[in-house]
Design a protein. Structure first.
Length: 260
């Protein structure tokens, strides 16, 4: 499930293997991952242009060229994989960007999102729908964004228009570290609780970005959540599973009591 740390990893892949290189060809094996652009137009608009320095905002990867802009959203199963022309095709390689020094393959099993082609005005409109990036948002801004919210804290963390980049794994990990029940009402959280939540968000994001994913370490909730009989890495209590904010949610009833 690509979230902010994964997409930051894909940004680094694009910077290392694509930045400054000319697009020699675009091979579309499955146009089902293209949104608002045909395979023919994608190739026509991109071939011959060079990739610039990639950027990321939340879960969006922005790949500028000296003409159009490529927008990647990785949905639940997408990835960007550097390859050589001799590497065998993968069954989930949907689009291959042939460069003057290798290939970048957009690989995606479920095809829930994909690739868009945009101009700068369209990029601006897209980013206007997104909140500040979770990795760079400041503590004061974080508190100001959350304080007036109604509803449950997990739903607020997952709202990309509020804060961009957090997904299901990150939200559960952050709330577990903050000892906050995912169903807590935001309106009942005090300033100290919001500050603690922000601190844990920063810690989880920084650690995850270093490895390019939300790590499944034994000391992390993520490392236990998929076990058949999961237990809290902190206190050893059996973990709970349920649906909160419409998403499969894991929490520790002892460390995260529903007090709010």
């Amino acid at each position: 499930m690509p979230e902010l740390p994964d997409v930051e990893g894909f940004r680094r892949v694009l910077a290392a293997h694509g930045q400054g290189r000319r697009i020699a060809d675009v091979e579309v094996a499955d146009p089902g991952v293209l949104h608002g652009v045909s395979a023919r137009r994608l190739r026509r608009e991109l071939v011959g242009h060079r990739l610039g320095a990639p950027e990321r905002h939340g879960k969006w990867l922005i790949a500028r060229t000296d003409a159009p802009v490529l927008l990647f959203h990785f949905g639940m199963t997408g990835s960007l994989v550097p390859c050589t022309p001799d590497d065998p095709p993968h069954p989930h390689d949907r689009v291959v960007f042939v460069l003057d020094g290798g290939e970048l393959r957009f690989r995606d099993q479920r095809k829930l999102q994909g690739i868009r082609l945009a101009d700068e005005a369209e990029v601006k409109r897209l980013l206007a729908t997104q909140g500040p990036d979770a990795l760079t948002v400041g503590r004061d801004e974080f508190e100001q964004l959350l304080s007036p919210r109604r509803g449950r804290i997990k739903a607020a963390l997952l709202d990309q228009s509020l804060i961009a980049g957090l997904g299901n794994l990150l939200a559960d990990e952050i709330l577990w570290r903050a000892r906050m029940h995912p169903a807590c009402l935001v309106s009942k959280l005090e300033g100290a609780q919001l500050r603690g939540l922000y601190t844990q968000m920063r810690h989880v994001l920084r650690a995850s970005v270093r490895v390019g994913c939300v790590p499944g370490r034994p000391s992390w909730l993520t490392g236990e959540r998929y076990e058949e009989d999961p237990h809290c890495p902190r206190c050893g209590h059996p973990l709970c599973r349920g649906r909160i904010a419409g998403r499969g949610t894991v929490w520790c009833p002892q460390c995260q009591p529903e007090r709010c």
